[in-house]
Ligand binder design. Structure first.
Ligand SMILES: [Zn+2]
Length: 496
């Protein structure tokens, strides 16, 4: 059924129903999304970034005029867990100092990648009263029980357990064991509240001082900040079981009309050189370091070239390919914007920009087929410098800019300001060289070289390092070697 604006609504694969389904917000024109955030008790890696980047593109598309939704986007921070406590103990600091350090680093990486900030970014420890309240409700209704090490969820009390992940409780029980340090009735039961051991951080609860389990945080924070039911619950594929299964088991028994989320949307995982990324495999590179080596926008493009639900393999070659592809798109955009056109080859059909726009949106509406939309964009790029009429060409440029905005790639077009500056700079230099040569004739070579050196030093002062390198290389090609020192730059002729 089409929307009020006559178009087919956006369709997404819903893990809950195992089908691609139209998004139909529960409140008119308002989409509410909860995405499970990071547990910053260690450095984030690119695998975390992949999931957050997909939801970033989804939210940009939902608020794009094509869809025009108002959005409330919640991404939590799991700011207490066993690992942050253990790290703090090893370092002689506090759990929140460990979390603050890693999360600051991760936020800086997200900002480099152009991931928009969520509307709410709740820290679990700031929602302890709501968590305790929810555990109390589960206990009252027979879904939870206290033992001597904590409060547990009784999986057997919720017959639909396993429905999201398609797992069967009997199969899960095969080989399941209760760890020696856990006191629970059934191996599948999971902790809602962990009593504090000596020296551990603690919050009060009616059952004893301690800290919340991971799963209950998301149930309590989504209920508090979005209300249940809401529209989309998202996360990485690895969160389907047990985390999201447990969230459903905690939230839905307390609701008049489940499900807690209409759609469950999961992003595929990232492999690194063909292997799962993990510290033990030694292929773990902190995201902050990886983003020093690679263009963050090229990484965005690389992720968008693969369907969001598919597993993806990250290699140095693949990111180099995406870097070149992005440069090519931007260069084509710039040439067209300058009116630097190519002749239309006989027999080659140039398609109207509006057909490209429609094709791009059709692909995005089809379960966010970003790879397909990029394919159309590359086709559009092939025609962009062949639109002879300025108005048509401008329309083509708008289509391209628009998709760059949905994909969060638009800063790549803004960088072009520097490139244009480079070209202006070189043009001016060429004019001045011509003047020098014209005024002084053949004897002016030395003056010309000094002029290039002066331009190179100006470029370095304004941090235009690529330009300064180009000027140095241009001289080197004429066997003129530069020597930089505190006193300035001198030159010698190679082989003279
Ligand atoms: Zn969660």
């Amino acid at each position: 059924m089409p929307n009020s604006n006559g178009k087919m609504p956006l369709r997404l694969y819903n893990t809950r129903t195992h089908r691609v389904e139209p998004l139909r917000p529960l409140q008119p024109d308002h989409v509410r999304i909860y995405v499970c955030g990071l547990t910053p008790s260690a450095e984030g890696h690119l695998g975390h970034a992949r999931s957050f980047l997909f939801f970033d593109v989804l939210r940009r598309y939902l608020t794009h005029p094509r869809n025009g939704y108002r959005l409330t986007y919640v991404k939590n921070v799991t700011d207490i867990d066993d690992r942050s406590i253990a790290t703090a103990r090893a370092e002689g600091t506090t759990y929140d100092a460990v979390i603050a350090r890693h999360y600051a680093s991760f936020r800086a990486s997200m900002s480099k990648l152009g991931v928009l900030e969520p509307d709410h970014e709740p820290y679990a420890t700031a929602y302890v009263p709501q968590i305790v309240e929810m555990i109390g409700e589960l206990m009252e209704r027979g879904y939870a029980y206290a033992t001597r090490d904590g409060v547990y969820y009784r999986v057997a009390a919720f017959p639909r357990y396993g429905a999201l992940s398609g797992k069967n409780v009997d199969e899960l029980l095969v080989g399941a064991r209760i760890a020696e340090n856990e006191h629970k009735d059934d191996p599948l039961d999971f902790a809602l509240w962990k009593f504090a051991k000596p020296g551990e951080p603690r919050w009060d609860s009616p059952w004893g001082a301690g800290r919340p389990g991971w799963h209950i945080e998301c149930s309590a924070m989504s209920r508090t900040l979005l209300g249940v039911p809401f529209d989309i619950h998202g996360g990485g594929y690895d969160l389907i079981f047990p985390h999201h299964e447990n969230e459903i088991a905690q939230s839905e028994p307390l609701m008049a009309a489940p499900p807690m989320a209409e759609m469950w949307v999961h992003g595929g995982l990232l492999n690194f050189d063909g292997r799962k990324m993990s510290k033990s495999l030694g292929n773990f590179e902190p995201l902050s370091e990886l983003l020093e080596r690679h263009d963050p926008l090229a990484i965005r493009l690389l992720f968008l070239q693969t369907g969001y639900r598919k597993p993806m393999n990250f290699t140095e070659e693949s990111v180099a390919g995406a870097t070149a592809a992005l440069e090519k798109l931007v260069a084509t955009y710039l040439r067209a914007a300058r009116g630097d056109l190519e002749p239309v080859v006989a027999g080659r059909t140039v398609r109207d920009p509006s057909t490209y726009r429609d094709a791009i949106f059709e692909r995005l509406d089809d379960d966010m087929n970003t790879a397909g939309a990029l394919g159309v964009l590359f086709d559009l790029a092939g025609d962009l410098t062949r639109y002879a009429q300025p108005a048509v060409r401008e329309e083509g440029l708008v289509v391209m800019r628009d998709l760059f905005a949905v994909f969060g790639l638009e800063p790549a077009l803004e960088r072009t300001a520097d490139v244009q500056f480079d070209e202006m700079f070189v043009d001016r230099l060429r004019e001045r060289l011509a003047d020098v040569l014209h005024l002084n004739g053949a004897g002016s070579a030395e003056a010309a070289i000094e002029l290039v050196i002066e331009a190179r030093n100006d470029a370095r002062k304004s941090k235009q390092f690529a330009l300064s390198d180009r000027l140095r290389d241009a001289l080197a090609a004429e066997r003129i070697r530069l020597h930089d020192s505190k006193e300035g730059t001198t030159w010698t002729l190679d082989g003279a």
